[in-house]
Each structure stands twice: as C-alpha cells, then as structure tokens.
Design a protein around this ligand. Structure first.
Ligand code: MLT
Length: 227
C-alpha cells in the first residue's frame, strides 16, 4: 500500500498499536514487526545470537491469545518496564503487523491509537502534507474502533489546519461524532471488543480506550518500530 506524498498513520486500537506504544513508553529499545509466526521465530533466533537470551523477547498473538512458546501475548500491560526495558521485542499479530510490513510511505509511517492520539495530532498539525490513515481492521474488514480513532484524529486535526476529506475519512468522522462522549463504548460495541471480552481481556479494552495517555510517536523505519 503506497500513496505518493503521503505520511501514513497506521491505526490498530485493539490492540497491537496500543501494545507497541506502551512497550516503547516503558523503555523497550526496538520492536521488529513480523507478518508470520515462523518469520518471528527465525528473527528471534538470529537476534539471540547478537543480543543474548536476555536481550530479546518474542511477543504477539494468534486468535487473540499468546502464541505457544512466546514470552508475551498482545495485552499492552504485559509489556511493563520490568519485562521490556532495554530489550528488543520481535512482534507478530494477526492483522496489524501484517499490514504494517506491507505499508510504504515516501515520508514516514507513524504508529497510532487512542493512547497517543493527542501527540500524533500535534505533530501532524505542524505540516500540510497529505495524511493517509491506514486502519488495520480485522480479517480484511473495517473495525469500528479503528474508524472511531481515525475519526477523532480527523476531528482534532481539522481544529488545527485545513483538511479535505475522502468519503471514507468523512465516514470515520461521523462515527467518531456518534461515540465522542463515550469512546470506551465504541470498543465494547465492536466485534473485536466483544471477542476480547469473551477471551477474558476486559482490562485491555479499558487500557486501549484511554485517550492521550502517552506522549510518544513510534515510527516504522526499515523493519523496526522505534521512537
Ligand atoms: C491484530 O493485530 O490482529 C490485533 O492486535 C489482534 C489482537 O487484539 O490481539
């Protein structure tokens, strides 16, 4: 996916972008997104040779739950300072890391969710460059929570600079206006949110609905997500 001249903002509220943002806020050195479990395992073996066993962790999910043999799953708060400070994380998730490895931008690829939204908007408002919102979605379908987050970004950005919206951006904005007084409800109403509740990840939903908690902007640069 490439858009000439655009800065790309990848959004995955539940949960991969929220997890990456939290991990980096806790002192994780670098995240290596991989599109498949086998690539993640191969890269882990390589990194152990250079960084040692204590220097690198395997994290991610399939079907929402931690991959067997991985150190960490995809619940943001697993990536606490105790777990990740000073370490590299090899990370693979069902949708987001696959999308992330496919996205190209001539400018930059920014990682965004509700938890760092204010900082991303402040940054985007400083320039007039086109912005492409890449919503991760679920299994190729649009996700309500990602659209509402994109819509909130549009709403905040339009207070700071002129914006011209595509039909899909306008749709996301309208969805945000519907949920603006209760962002958490959008996550609870979404099919992904319902599935996470069934799996017992209620706390992750509360975490991922926390708007503007972290003031960092992770970027995907040549296969590495760093701040
Ligand atoms: C994904 O990338 O598919 C998601 O982050 C899935 C999840 O909530 O674990």
């Amino acid at each position: 996916m490439e858009q000439a001249g655009s800065r790309v903002v990848v959004i995955d509220v539940l949960r991969a972008c929220s997890t990456m943002i939290y991990a980096l806020s806790q002192g994780c050195k670098v995240i290596h997104p991989c599109d498949t479990v086998s690539k993640a395992k191969d890269l882990f073996r390589q990194k152990v040779k250079s960084l040692g066993k204590d220097g690198v962790l395997l994290g991610g999910e399939r079907g929402g739950v931690r991959v067997r043999g991985f150190h960490l799953g995809n619940s943001p708060e697993e990536y606490s300072s105790d777990a990740v400070r000073g370490r590299a994380v090899i990370f693979t998730t069902t949708n987001c890391t696959r999308n992330l490895t496919a996205v190209r931008s001539p400018k930059e690829v920014i990682i965004c969710s509700f938890v760092n939204l204010h900082t991303v908007v402040e940054y985007l408002s400083k320039e007039d460059a086109d912005v492409l919102l890449a919503l991760s979605g679920t299994d190729g379908q649009m996700s309500l929570e990602d659209a509402v987050c994109g819509g909130m970004l549009i709403n905040m950005l339009s207070d700071r600079r002129e914006v011209v919206l595509s039909d899909s951006a306008r749709t996301a904005h309208v969805l945000y206006l519907h949920y603006r007084r209760n962002i958490r409800q959008a996550l609870l109403d979404s099919s992904h949110g319902k599935r996470l509740l069934e799996l017992g990840f209620k706390d992750d939903i509360g975490f991922c609905a926390g708007v503007g908690k972290y003031e960092i902007i992770p970027r995907h640069v040549r296969g590495r997500v760093v701040c």
